[in-house]
Design a protein around this ligand. Structure first.
Ligand code: C2O
Length: 505
């Protein structure tokens, strides 16, 4: 293993990724799209971050467990003070998980403006390493012609009492209007897909070819065939693609935004982005078929490669109920169990590290952070009841969870006393999961990663409107094993944020 160092200065630049409109975007070192981070399992990643913007920033490494390094997780006011204009800090951690991840700003409403990129952890000794000849990364995303701060202001205003989310202007592939993917006949490629969207899930298919899924969200799967994949915002998936033996034809690679998410569909919206699998430059590029021509793959049918069974019996079980509604000011907010998240003044991690024995008491974290405390090694069962007519992709930091059960649309509240409901025996594990409109899911995880971890909807608009809870896992163990790096504390002091330093360790 080695150390890989990146010097990242977050700056504004301009771009026109859909060819329709040039605008200001947030890039790194004057470049956009931002770099793909490419490392190997076991490596140490060091990112020296400078904030060259006129607003706060931070970086989150989506899907990385940060086991032992909770302070490197990234969300502002949760595991660090937000990095103010002109400030510097270092992220420094080792990565022992192989797979497909991404990184993005974890300051309100910032990543849709461009600060989002793939993070690939290669696994030369992995179970599928000798099954393919080459690797390729394809990112999917959505794009807005307006910058996020004004869109957000409009979304959260009294002028939008129904909470209609802004609809993207375009879908992108590798942050552009589709990619040429030059292939050779009779070879096998490992394709890593990352959805970095602010909002839109995408259907994805490659015409004339079958995809063999081998990984989701950093967890290897048993090989499973799919003709079309559905990826929510923040999900990842890798598949093997074996090319044909002849070069007489090229094929469309299509990403298609799930328009069911949109409250209204603007005139002229093109939900698709089309790339091409190119066998021969001398042959024409075909037009894509329509999304209805394919059956989407159901991720609940996946089996983990290690055949790990459902963890039981839960020692801690709880439910979060999703609601979207107006508050007294007439604007729309989102709630878990009646609470709309408001960030604390002191980062929640710092509170956990300094509260002594009180750290196990949820009240000390403040009601508005929507805190739940788990004891070390709890087997946690989390039920999500989606009391909202929209789809939500829920994400948990610091873990993958087992997908024990997902109901159909409009099944209502999960009935804990209904014995006829069957859980998956060998559930797949993911870090982001789609919950159906009006439906529910049951997830399980082990509280074996002491830290402060957010749980939230990964639709950026819903993060803004408060659909976030805070999980505080084994804070007593955390106090004995982790401290806040000095350069992180310096950020808080320089900007006069309230902070308590490292307790006598
Ligand atoms: Cu992609 Cu809270 O994260």
């Amino acid at each position: 293993s080695k150390t890989v160092t990146y010097d990242f200065n977050v700056t504004y630049t301009t771009a026109n990724p859909d060819g329709q409109f040039e605008r200001r975007v947030i890039g790194i070192n004057g470049q956009w799209p931002i770099p793909t981070i490419d490392i190997e399992k076991g490596d140490r990643l060091i990112v020296n971050l400078v904030n060259g913007l006129d607003v706060d920033t931070s970086l989150h490494w989506h899907g990385l467990f940060q086991n032992g390094t909770n302070a490197m997780d990234g969300p502002g006011k949760v595991t660090q003070c937000s990095l103010g204009p002109g400030q510097k800090m270092t992220y420094n951690f080792t990565i022992n998980q192989p797979g497909t991840y991404w990184y993005h700003s974890h300051i309100k409403g910032q990543y849709p403006d461009g600060i989002r990129g793939p993070l690939i952890v290669r696994d030369p000794k992995g179970p599928y390493a000798d099954k393919y000849d080459e690797e390729v990364v394809i990112s999917l995303s959505d794009w807005y012609h307006d910058e996020n701060p004004p869109l957000l202001a409009k979304f959260l205003s009294v002028g939008n009492p129904t909470g209609a989310e802004p609809v993207p202007n375009s879908a992108l592939m590798n942050e552009t209007q589709g990619m040429p993917f030059h292939v050779r006949p009779g070879r096998t490629y490992m394709v890593r897909l990352v959805n970095m969207a602010a909002f839109a899930a995408q259907y994805f298919w490659i015409e004339g070819h079958t995809m063999r899924i081998i990984e989701v969200d950093g967890e290897y799967t048993e090989e499973a065939e799919a003709e079309m994949i559905y990826l929510t915002a923040a999900q990842r998936l890798s598949f093997l693609l074996t090319t044909r033996n002849e070069t007489t034809q090229n094929f469309a690679i299509v990403g298609s935004m799930d328009q069911d998410l949109f409250d209204q569909i603007p005139d002229g919206l093109n939900p698709n982005v089309t790339g091409h699998l190119i066998y021969s430059a001398a042959r024409p590029l075909p037009e894509p078929a329509f999304v209805d021509a394919f059956e989407p793959f159901d991720d609940f049918t996946l089996v983990p490669y290690d055949n790990e069974e459902l963890w039981g019996e839960p020692t801690y079980s709880f439910a979060l109920e999703v609601m979207m509604d107006n508050l007294g000011d007439g604007a729309n907010y989102a709630f878990f169990n009646g609470i709309t998240y408001v960030a604390p003044k002191v980062p929640t991690l710092y509170t956990a590290l300094n509260a002594g024995n009180l750290s196990l008491t949820p009240e000390i974290y403040g009601r508005d952070t929507n805190p739940t405390v788990f004891k070390h090694h709890d087997v946690v069962e989390l039920i999500i009841n989606n009391n909202d007519p929209g789809k939500h992709p829920f994400h948990m930091h610091g873990h993958t969870f087992q997908l024990a059960y997902r109901s159909d649309v409009d099944a209502g509240i999960f009935n804990t006393s209904d014995d006829s409901i069957e859980f998956a025996k060998m559930p797949m594990r993911r870090d982001t999961i789609l919950v159906n409109p009006g439906g529910n899911v049951v997830l399980r995880f082990r509280a074996d990663n002491p830290g402060v971890w957010l749980f939230h909807c990964h639709i950026e608009w819903h993060i803004e409107s408060g659909l976030i809870a805070t999980f505080i896992e084994a804070p007593d163990v955390l106090q004995k094993t982790q401290t806040i790096p000095e350069d992180h504390l310096a950020i808080c002091r320089q900007r006069n944020d309230p902070v308590v330093g490292n307790a006598a360790a």
